[in-house]
Design a protein around this ligand. Structure first.
Ligand SMILES: C[S@@+](CC[C@H](N)C(=O)[O-])C[C@H]1O[C@@H](n2cnc3c(N)ncnc32)[C@H](O)[C@@H]1O
Length: 266
């Protein structure tokens, strides 16, 4: 996986982007800053209107956002991504297509969802193919955790949607066991009519490699906040072993051969 812009490398499928590049006068501004730490992100200021809100947490090169931006002009889309070249590629492509309802911000999507979103203000939160981090030394970086799950639940409006996708079976299992306590779990089987090759670059690569895609479109459960917090307090931290069969032993810190049982939070 590693750090890259989302552009195809050898042996990867072409990353064709929906839509067409417009003449320069019609390009739009699609970069946005997240603002000061601890301050809520101002959607109205960023998009110049009040509309439905969709966020993509770790959006990579933004293929999903661009496709959905075309399909849903009534909806504002924000991608938050840690890797600057990916942000640049996504925003350049969206801008060259003149999209005004798709914006890209550089930053940590976990901090964003935990600290910068008004409770009950999002319509959808998407998390596509978060890095599994095979190296156990890096598992604290995993994007799905009790902390972020609670934050997503709090950020979504009543009935809002959490869309999660992965090609890692262990990640899929972790998501179901934990996110399933806050969201109505509705798994989906692809391929998708609107994007048979995949909605994101990583999905395209995974399909190309013949990997199974786990997707869930999960509606926020109508829980009292104290009940949501109680459930989160009992959730497992994401310290599952994400190693694929045959990968074990090659991980620098040793994915090891044993499957570690998940640790419960104290
Ligand atoms: C495997 S890629 C998937 C990218 C895209 N979602 C897709 O499906 O093609 C994982 C992405 O998540 C980004 N990422 C990882 N942790 C992040 C974080 N805390 N905040 C924002 N982006 C993050 C990585 O930089 C990378 O672009």
């Amino acid at each position: 996986m590693g750090r890259h812009t989302g552009a195809p490398r050898g042996g990867e499928p072409a990353d064709e982007c929906p839509g067409a590049v417009l003449e320069r006068e019609r390009w739009s501004r699609t970069r946005v800053g997240l603002g000061e730490p601890g301050v809520r992100f101002d959607w109205e200021a960023a998009f110049g209107r009040t509309a439905r809100r969709v966020v993509d947490l770790g959006c990579g090169n933004g293929l999903y956002l661009i496709q959905s931006g075309y399909a849903r002009p009534d909806t504002d889309h924000l991608g938050v991504e840690l890797v600057p070249p990916a942000v640049r590629m996504g925003s350049l492509r969206a801008g060259q297509r003149g999209l005004t309802n798709v914006k890209f911000a550089w930053g940590d999507a976990s901090d964003f969802i935990c600290e910068r979103v008004e409770p009950g203000s999002l319509d959808e939160a998407h998390l596509y193919h978060p890095q599994p981090y095979y190296d156990r030394a890096k598992i604290l970086k995993r994007q799905l955790s009790p902390r972020t799950l609670l934050a997503i639940w709090l950020a979504l409006r009543a009935g809002g949607l959490f869309v999660f996708q992965t090609d890692n079976p262990e990640y899929a299992h972790y998501a179901k066991e934990n996110a399933g306590q806050l969201f109505e779990w509705r798994p989906r089987k692809g391929p998708w009519e609107d994007a048979p090759d995949g909605r994101t670059q990583r999905e395209r690569v995974a399909r190309f490699q013949g990997l199974e895609i786990f997707r869930v479109e999960a509606a926020r459960l109508p829980l009292e906040e104290h009940e949501a917090r109680r459930r989160v307090a009992g959730m497992m931290e994401p310290d599952f072993d994400a190693n694929k069969k045959g990968f074990e032993g090659r991980s620098p810190r040793g994915g090891g051969s044993g499957r570690r049982g998940p640790r419960r939070r104290a």
